[in-house]
Ligand binder design. Structure first.
Ligand code: FES
Length: 513
């Protein structure tokens, strides 16, 4: 089974670790190196390799470690950020282009599935957006009007394929669903068959640019490339995009139903945060997948509660016999409603990024693959301006801000604490974590399922915010830009690239010796 960035196991995770076919070369000059082996990295790598480029994908963990292995895999042109918002922020013509781009993305996935005979449960489906009170109905009418304005065909419908009561509903065709990891694995195989290279378990630690050549230091070796793409969800280091994308967590469950009445279609209510439902067959078993209860990363003290609230919502409408899987995952919400795909601000024209997908990562990952392929091959894309990360205006004082924060001071070198004393101060149950003050120091303390205490500095190594314990996933999560760390401080999710500073614990008997 592959690993992911948290303690819970998703519906998709029961896959062997992807077996790569060839070793990378540290002497070769690659045309493109893509950092990140999620759906964006692998899709982009395939399109570029197909177009004649020689590409290397570098992944810090295993393929599908991050959100690609924790998505609920809806493929939409009916987006989370409604067209009312997109029209308001970008105008009607640009919003029409968003419809065109997301349609193109779903077609690309469909063609991949057909051309490569991918057995990933891909199915076209209708999406149903439904209101449950007067205020939501008014909002639904506005969204429906905006959808029509941008050329997204919809119908009002008097029935939805679920027992959830509703006031009004719209139906939009030509959406889809699939098993994300089976799709990604198949694309990775095609990429390698065309001569591409993938290296897993090799975190990128540093990059330097000189004379149009980018040198990439990874955990295993150094590589050279002409172009670099960050497909890491949010780019590492410190960048304007960190101020323009906020990290959110979403919760999901895959459940079995007693009555076998699994809904067709993709269903969305209109609460804030909203709930989403769909059915998927995985290895011959049918599951209802439901999600919601989203909150900003690091802003919810009891993340287990989010699962219980989601469970109670599902049980209100469906006859659940078993909760087979529950998991959470992270996404980045852009400030103006659309992703940032293109040249990475603050770097040369040879460095690219794709981030800020909101809740539509499966669709926007293929949009990114198309845009980045075209930008790298021709310097142009019809979507370049629409998704350009440079639409962000520089912020006065940002340079000072970087200089002030970039150097994280090591404060615990040479210090240690007695396990029994800290245990007494924190009073943690197994699985709990807390930031405590002790003897003038602030310490992030957690207790694992064996009762072992772990202590690390709570200062995020990205830009020095204080991390918060994620009870459900047993991680330290940073509320500022979404970096996440294991209980013992190892980076599991960027933008941080350095681990939390470890704090030494000794037992009292060790102290006396
Ligand atoms: Fe930026 Fe923690 S992720 S400060």
């Amino acid at each position: 089974m592959i690993t992911r960035d948290g303690a819970y196991v998703s519906l998709w995770q029961d896959m062997p670790v992807y077996e790569t076919q060839r070793k990378p070369s540290s002497t070769l000059l690659y045309d493109v190196v893509i950092v990140g082996g999620g759906i964006t990295g692998i899709s982009t790598a395939l399109l570029l390799q197909k177009s004649g480029k020689n590409c290397l994908v570098l992944e810090a963990h295993n393929i599908g470690f991050g959100t690609s292995g924790g998505t609920t895999a809806h493929l939409n042109t009916l987006l989370d950020n409604p067209y009312t918002t997109i029209i308001k922020n970008f105008g009607t013509d640009q919003a029409k282009l968003v419809v065109q781009a997301t349609r193109e993305a779903i077609h690309l996935i469909k063609h991949h599935v057909q051309d490569y005979s991918i057995d990933c449960g891909f199915e076209e489906a209708s999406a149903f957006l439904f209101s449950q009170d007067e205020k939501q109905s008014k909002e639904l009418d506005d969204i429906a009007k905006a959808c029509e304005e941008v050329g997204l065909n919809l119908q009002y419908t008097s029935s939805i394929p679920s027992p959830i009561p509703f006031e009004k509903a719209i139906r939009v065709e030509e959406q889809a669903k699939f098993h994300p990891l089976k799709y990604i694995y198949a694309l990775a195989k095609q990429f390698e068959a065309l001569g591409g290279t993938i290296l897993q378990y090799s975190r990128v630690n540093n990059t330097t640019e000189e004379d149009d050549i980018i040198e990439i230091e990874s955990e295993s070796s150094t590589f050279k490339t002409k172009k670099l793409i960050y497909a890491t969800h949010i780019p590492p280091s410190i960048n304007l995009l960190h101020l323009r994308c906020s990290p959110w967590r979403s919760y999901a469950m895959a459940v079995k139903l007693k009555d076998g009445k699994y809904p067709d279609g993709l269903l969305y209510d209109m609460y804030d945060p909203y709930h989403y439902y769909r059915t998927q067959v995985v290895d011959g078993e049918r599951y209802l997948i439901a999600g919601g209860e989203d909150h900003k990363t690091g802003h919810e003290a009891n993340t287990e509660k989010c699962f219980r609230q989601l469970e109670s919502t599902i049980r209100r409408y469906f006859d659940v016999s078993e909760i087979a899987y529950q998991w959470s995952s992270q996404y980045f919400e852009p400030t103006d409603g659309l992703p940032y795909i293109g040249h990475l601000p603050g770097h040369s024209e040879n460095v690219y990024v794709a981030t800020g997908y909101g809740g539509n990562g499966m669709t926007f990952s293929s949009v990114a693959a198309i845009v980045l392929r075209d930008l790298i091959n021709t310097g142009e894309s019809i979507y370049a301006d629409l998704f350009s990360p440079s639409r962000i205006k520089p912020i006065a004082g940002f340079v000072d801000f970087i200089e002030h924060n970039a150097d994280v001071v090591k404060q615990f070198i040479g210090k240690w604490f007695a396990t029994e004393e800290l245990d007494g101060v924190a009073g943690l149950a197994q699985g709990e974590g807390k930031v405590v003050k002790y003897n003038g120091e602030v310490i992030a303390l957690s207790k694992d399922s064996d009762g072992t205490l772990h202590a690390v500095s709570p200062v995020c190594t990205h830009m020095k915010c204080s991390v918060a314990w994620n009870l459900a996933e047993q991680t330290w999560d940073c509320p500022c830009h979404g970096a996440r760390y294991s209980a013992d401080g190892k980076v599991v999710t960027g933008p941080a690239s350095r681990d939390l500073e470890p704090i030494e614990l000794r037992t009292l008997s060790e102290k006396e010796n």
